[in-house]
Design a protein around this ligand. Sequence first.
Ligand code: ADP
Length: 211
Amino acid sequence: MQLSPRQQQIVAIVKRSGPITSRQIAEELNLTRAALRPDLAVLTMSGILEARPRVGYFLSSKPSQALVAEEIKKIKVGDVKGLPRVIRASASVYDAIVNMFIEDVGTLMVVDEEGHLEGVLSRKDLLKAAIGGGNLQKMPASVVMTRMPNIICTTPEESVLTAARKIIEHEVDALPVVRPVDGQAKKLEVIGRLTKTTITRLFVELGEGRS
Ligand code: ADP
């Protein structure tokens, strides 16, 4: 939220002299109380100022940092997730490398014929296979991928904050976005992906006030 110059002046006055009545603020700014009312309404509704009858206005005990955190917690993975980039476990490591270039991604999700998650392939997995000296055209991706049940996933309903924490804690670049398959315990359908780039883009949008 961008405060107007007058709203910034009001916050400065309240910071310096609060608790202070609206009459006193109006006097300092050479305005009528009526002219001040919309700005005071904005500042109290946004949680920056608090008002108490017969006391006046004072800076909110809840810092606006907390308000930012509350807004961030409301953003769900489903609001920002990207399309899944998938490959079959039977595909060769060579094809996986080509796929990574064509799709311009750093992580591929490995799925079975029904689109259910089997594993994850990262750049390092493929580099490891490449320096191993084997025949990359013949080596199946399943040999080098990280496989289920060791895959860290997220869901569209999860908050982006929780998912971002998983990325940091598990030191990975991307999480498959999944949903359980009806009647098939342990099976997960891949419906998207959440990457460090997704989070960075969101961060920039929030910073620029676009999200
Ligand atoms: P890079 O290899 O480019 O550094 P990562 O840090 O994401 O990429 O991958 C490191 C290792 O973690 C790889 O072996 C990869 O298979 C594995 N990995 C990547 N994403 C996940 C995930 N969501 N869950 C579990 N393991 C993962």
